[in-house]
Structures are given as structure tokens and as C-alpha cells.
Design a protein around this ligand. Structure first.
Ligand SMILES: *Cc1c(COP(=O)(O)O)cnc(C)c1O
Length: 390
């Protein structure tokens, strides 16, 4: 077999784990056990003290189903290491508590839970956090000079699909001795690999594209061994470990992640183009439209434009609610990345907690709908949007 790093992502997604089963199973089975027995105390101590790799206790992550998952995940982003968590928020929390204690700067819009953690909860522990908009990126130097050591952002952002320049931000942060983490959930490793562009960490809500079927909750943190090792004790003692059953289900999902996301890219482009032509749509937010402000940057740093888009319907929030309620194929649900298409109205769901002025400042109008394009036929999805807009 050829060297893992020379293989393409589609191959690594399927053959990314070296785990072999004694019975010849092509995939690591579910090791549904909390602990592992040893033949002697000396053998046990070899694993406990890290002299030999091996399974030990599932909450520590030392379980073959979790090892197999992590090996495949690391391969997807060409990361030296990947650690699985029970959710995307668990991965972020462990990272922030390990590497963010001297100060965290968040650039641009982010997932609601991340914003709440950074704005309201970490400061309770004395961790200084600063949240700036993408348009305020000129303040980054000043915030880094003041001592922040971790820069966090998503790109494309939720829900306006704003593009942030990964290489430029990494250069700036590194010049100040700070590290960079990119939440790559929206793009998925198929469309964007921030570690290759200079980021120190990538975090994913594997609940979304990596899982891909709206049937599991999980997270992953990727990066170098040196930077991930200090996260180990936090993950272990926060107890934020993925279960073997979910690890196995996620491993199964990863075998199809490349073809799923590639199809979602194609369908989202078709939906975005149809919406851009529609007389009842005021604006389409999709990185794959040549007149979208982030188009050039997306072409530079992404391998595909993604399955997420937002639209502003002509009218107000009530009109947008009416459209959302009339959709049949797009289910009204606040998640993304699954085989089934979903719609959310950010002002009533993901960004409901923000004051109306703050939503306006972030460019989120009441008339905005966010679409997660699934794996249905794009012609059927477009027809569904057209009947809802009629
Ligand atoms: C959903 C999501 C999260 C949180 O992930 P969970 O798995 O729900 O904890 C973080 N970031 C982004 C961009 C998300 O979409």
C-alpha cells in the first residue's frame, strides 16, 4: 500500500485506520467496553506510563474504536493528531481551557454556543476574551499586543458566509507569538484544510458534515502532537470522551464524507444560482457566486464552496417565517450538514438570543433564511423553494 500522505482524501477516508481485527473485519468493530484487562501488572504499567500504546479505559480515549476513528480523522486534515470528543463544544472547551487562558480573540460571527462560552462563561473563570467582527480585523494587532495568545474564527461564518483569510490571520497571530484555531465545521475537510494554510488547530462539530446523517453528536480537535498533548488531561478529567458506539458510527460516516460533501457542493451551487435569479429574493450569500464578496478568497483557500447558503427574502421577518413554514423538503431545524436539507431563520433560532441591534451590526436581517443543502435532487429542492416563495 502506498504511503498514507500520498493518498487522496477519498482513499484516506476509507483506509485511514490501521486497526486490524483478529476475525478479518475490514473495519474496527465497536469495542463496547469500559475497561481492558492485562495479563500482568508490568503490562498494565507499560500502558499507564505510556511506554507502550494500548487500550486501558474508555473515558481516557484508550479504546480501539476511538483510536481507529482518530487515525482516520487526522488523515482527513493531514494532521499529526486528532482527538475525538463527545461534542463540538466539548472539543472547543478543552482547547480553550488548555491554550486560551492568557486570552482569546474571536474574529467574526461564530456558532451561538461558542459565542456564549467566550462572551459569558470563560470570563467567569478569569479568562480574558475579546469578540470582534470581521470588519474590525484591523484591531487584531492591538488585541494580540495586549497579550491574547489564542485566535479563534470560523470561515465561512454562520450565517452570512463571510470569508476570513486563514493565511493572513495566521501570519499576524504568529508574529505576536499567538496560536490560531479554525472552526472548520461549515467547510468540512473536503472543502478546506486550515492546518495546511498555517493554522495550529482545527476544531469540528462532527455532528454536522463529518457525521453527515443528523444521527450523532461528536467533536474533534486536530493539530500537532506537541500542542495536543497538553489537552489530554483536560479531555480526560472534563470527561468529554466520545463513546465507542458513536466513534464507530462516525467512522462509518467518514467513509462517504468526500462524495457526500462533493455532491452537496454541486447542489448548493445550483440552489444558490436559482435563488440569485428569483424575483422574490433580495440577496444570496454563497461563496460560489462570482459577485459574492468572498468569492476570490474562497477560490484561493477552499477546494469547494460548500453546502451552506443564506438568502434574504424580499420583505421582512414575517415574510421569511412564512417561506420557512411553507417548505416541505427543507425541514425547519437548527443544524446542518446532514443528508436531509434543513432551513433556519437565524433571528428566530441560532441568533435569537442577540439583541436586534446586535443582529443588525452582524448583518443578520430578519428576512434571512439559512439553508443546509442535503443530498436530495437539487431540482426538487429548487422546486420546493419556488413553491414556498410563490
Ligand atoms: C454545531 C456547531 C458547533 C457545536 O457543535 P456541537 O457538536 O453541537 O457541540 C460548533 N461550531 C459550529 C460551526 C457548529 O455548527
Amino acid at each position: 500500500m502506498s504511503d498514507k500522505h500520498s493518498q487522496s482524501m477519498a482513499t484516506r477516508a476509507i483506509h485511514g485506520s490501521s486497526g486490524k481485527d483478529a476475525h478479518g473485519s475490514p473495519h474496527t468493530p465497536i469495542y463496547n467496553t469500559t475497561t481492558f484487562a492485562f495479563s500482568s501488572t508490568a503490562d498494565l504499567l507499560d500502558v499507564v506510563d505510556g511506554r507502550k500504546p494500548g487500550s486501558l479505559y474508555t473515558r481516557y480515549g484508550l479504546n480501539p474504536s476511538i483510536f481507529a476513528l482518530e487515525e482516520t480523522l487526522a488523515g482527513l486534515e493531514n494532521a499529526e493528531m486528532a482527538w475525538a470528543f463527545c461534542s463540538g463544544m466539548a472539543a472547543e472547551t478543552a482547547l480553550f481551557l488548555t491554550h486560551g487562558r492568557e486570552g482569546i480573540v474571536c474574529i467574526g460571527d461564530a456558532y451561538g454556543g461558542t459565542l456564549e462560552l467566550l462572551a459569558s462563561q470563560l470570563p467567569l473563570l478569569g479568562i480574558p476574551t475579546q469578540l470582534i467582527l470581521g470588519s474590525e480585523i484591523g484591531r487584531l494587532d492591538e488585541l494580540l499586543a495586549a497579550g491574547a495568545k489564542l485566535v479563534f474564527f470560523e470561515t465561512p461564518t454562520n450565517p452570512t458566509l463571510e470569508l476570513l483569510d486563514i493565511q493572513a490571520i495566521c501570519a499576524k497571530a504568529h508574529a505576536h507569538g499567538a496560536m490560531v484555531v479554525v472552526d472548520n465545521t461549515f467547510a468540512s475537510p473536503v472543502n478546506q484544510r486550515p492546518l495546511e494554510l498555517g493554522a495550529d488547530f482545527v476544531v469540528h462539530s462532527a455532528t454536522k458534515y463529518l457525521g453527515g446523517h443528523s444521527d450523532l453528536t461528536a467533536g474533534v480537535l486536530m493539530g500537532s502532537k506537541e500542542l495536543l498533548m497538553p489537552v489530554w488531561n483536560w479531555r480526560k478529567n472534563l470527561g468529554s470522551m466520545i463513546s465507542p458506539e458513536v466513534a464507530s458510527l462516525l467512522s462509518r460516516s467518514l467513509r462517504t464524507v468526500v462524495i457526500r460533501v462533493q455532491q452537496q457542493n454541486i447542489s448548493a451551487q445550483a440552489v444558490a444560482e436559482a435563488m440569485a435569479r428569483h424575483p422574490k429574493i433580495a440577496r444570496v450569500y454563497y461563496p460560489g457566486l462570482p459577485d459574492f464578496p468572498g468569492y476570490e478568497l474562497a477560490k484561493k483557500q477552499m477546494h469547494g464552496f460548500g453546502g451552506m447558503l443564506s438568502i434574504d427574502v424580499k420583505g421582512n421577518g414575517v415574510d421569511a417565517t412564512r417561506v420557512a413554514d411553507r417548505l416541505h423538503l427543507f425541514a425547519l431545524a437548527p443544524s446542518l450538514g446532514g443528508a436531509e436539507s434543513l432551513v433556519t431563520q437565524p433571528c428566530t433560532t441560532t441568533h435569537h438570543g442577540l439583541a436586534p441591534e446586535e443582529r443588525t451590526r452582524r448583518g443578520i436581517s430578519g428576512a434571512m433564511l439559512r439553508l443546509s443543502v442535503g443530498l436530495e435532487d437539487s431540482a426538487d429542492l429548487i422546486a420546493d423553494l419556488e413553491q414556498a416563495l410563490a
